[in-house]
Ligand binder design. Structure first.
Ligand code: ATP
Length: 512
């Protein structure tokens, strides 16, 4: 897929009420978006699938909903006040701002692409006799590119770990990375930029307190660790899940809902015995990848990407990347956070945050595995994977969102063939019977073909057409979105046909 398709997806999202730019009539607010009538349904379904996969399928995972505002010392303890920075660099000609680390990562991704193209070409040429490993180890062009990439990678990882901003700039210069807009290499120095939004709480007369809009939901879980453990009588290992808004003053905000300044996270912190964390890390990696793949977009669209630079709190970290229209990108992070957060909150708050383990007969500070996924990135990957333009017989085309039925905003559309003869009333009767279980939409405007297209475009898996025969024998035509096949069925059977496919329960059963 290409940037071109990405543009189409962005305008499709707007045209069909999935995503609007925030404050559009005031020319918008950069990197802030609103979800429309279809978007909110899809988003809620994604959240429900995640929530249920955590708290329904795991007896030892419970949820909370903590406040966005928290005591400012929390962000001192978590390290965000001192270290939640991104390295930024400006191009002096275009005046555009970039993340220095992202420029270098994109450069390396381009070399990877080159290598992969070379390998693909050879695979085609040699057919069945092709030995990919051998080719990668011996082909001079591949080797040369691989060497170049490895060298940059080693320097990059070291610069990040040392926090060496001059070296980051030097890599950009040495790799001759140019600004995609101005095309020049006229770069400023690299500087650190803190991503937290601050505001004031209380009236200034009382001496207002500087508070932050949370940049992640995780800290709300850590500071409630003992509340939940004690009141819920939880035994280690156990997890706490939360869905909520997070805010980051991102430097570069040009990728639609991929990078927003206000976004939503679904996070789960899993508390384990010290020393057992890496086993749990492997387990949650596998569980989360299974969740993604269960949606049926194709296993080749996902990959793990281990971190070059471990955050100050982590002893293992990986991302689940999804192939977006603009390349493989992080959708979810899985981190082994050690006891960093709980220990740090103990230190800063002066309160004990330990767990007494009855089996070991001792107290300790639990270690933590975190799974953290962005709702909006998940939304974008879902829509990107589902978006298809299809050629139909007779030269027509259709745009269809092949959403997993359990996530589709509307489950079925009920369409009277004509606006008279009692057909609208019959259609309403069907909706009235089914509306308690499925989100239905009634549509009587335009030709039936146009109505099908509109439903395809929002991903409705079923369209039910009511015609004159329906009045006589209580049957309707049901049309399936992906195959466009139609069949005549009794109205009484509709509920069963639809329930099976759109059921969240059936989707959960594939992973549970
Ligand atoms: P990136 O490297 O892309 O900035 P990150 O590593 O800082 O992301 P985490 O802090 O691990 O991200 O956050 C967990 C998840 O939250 C990410 O995997 C992503 O899905 C989501 N997320 C983070 N920042 C944003 C953002 N600005 N807009 C939308 N989603 C985001």
């Amino acid at each position: 897929m290409s940037e071109d398709v990405f543009k189409k997806i962005v305008s499709h999202c707007k045209e069909y009420g999935f995503v609007f730019q925030s404050s559009e009539i005031y020319d918008g607010l950069s990197a802030v978006y609103d979800y429309g009538q279809m978007g909110v349904e899809l988003k809620n379904n994604i959240k429900k699938y995640w929530w249920d996969s955590m708290v329904l399928l795991n007896e030892n995972v419970v949820g909370i909903d903590s406040a966005i505002f928290m005591h400012p010392t929390i962000w001192k303890a978590s390290g965000h006040v001192d270290a939640f920075n991104d390295p930024l660099i400006d191009n002096k000609d275009s005046k555009k701002r970039y993340r220095a680390d992202v420029l270098i990562e994109e450069y390396m991704a381009k070399i990877d692409d080159k290598i992969n193209k070379e390998v693909e070409k050879a695979a085609k040429k040699f057919g069945d006799s092709f030995d990919e490993t051998m080719y990668r180890q011996t082909n001079p062009r591949v080797l040369e590119n691989q060497k170049k990439r490895d060298e940059v990678h080693t320097r990059f990882a070291k610069a990040l770990n040392d926090g060496n901003l001059d070296e980051l700039r030097q890599i950009i210069i040495d790799c001759e990375i140019a600004d995609p807009i101005s095309g020049t290499r006229n770069w400023t120095d690299v500087r650190q930029f803190n991503l937290m939004f601050a505001t004031e709480m209380g009236s200034t007369a009382d001496g207002a307190m500087k508070v932050y809009l949370r940049p992640e939901t995780a800290q709300g879980i850590f500071v409630n660790f003992l509340n939940v453990q004690k009141t819920g009588r939880m035994k280690i290992p156990f997890g706490i899940a939360q869905i909520g808004k997070a805010f980051r003053n991102e430097i570069v905000a040009r990728q639609f809902i991929f990078r927003m300044r206000e976004f939503e996270q679904m996070e789960m912190q899993f508390f384990v015995r010290p020393g057992e964390e890496l086993g749990w890390f492997a387990k949650w990696k596998e569980t989360r990848m299974k969740w993604h793949k269960s949606l049926g977009f194709g296993d080749n669209k996902y990959r793990f990407h281990d971190h070059d630079k471990l955050a100050h709190y982590a002893n293992a970290a990986t991302d689940i990347e999804f192939e977006m229209p603009f390349g493989f990108k992080e959708v979810e992070g899985i981190h082994s956070r050690t006891d960093f957060d709980l220990s740090s909150h103990e230190k800063f708050s002066g309160k004990k945050l330990q767990y007494f383990d009855p089996e070991l007969n001792k107290s300790y500070t639990p270690y933590v595995i975190e799974t953290s996924i962005g709702v909006d990135r998940m939304f974008l990957s879902t829509v990107s994977a589902a978006y298809a333009e299809e050629e139909l017989e007779g030269g027509e085309t259709r745009v269809v969102l092949k959403l997993p039925a359990a996530l589709a905003p509307i489950k079925l559309a009920v369409l009277p063939l004509v606006k008279k003869d009692g057909l609208p009333e019959k259609a309403r009767e069907i909706i009235d019977a089914l509306k308690f279980d499925f989100k239905c939409q009634y549509d009587e405007k335009d030709s039936i073909g146009k109505r099908y297209r509109r439903q395809d475009a929002i991903g409705t898996p079923y369209c039910v057409t009511v015609d004159h025969q329906s009045l006589e024998d209580n049957t309707v035509t049901i049309r399936y979105r992906d195959t466009m096949q139609q069949e005549r069925v009794a109205i009484g059977r509709l509920s069963d046909i639809i329930a099976d496919k759109v059921s969240m329960k059936n989707l959960l059963k594939t992973i549970g």
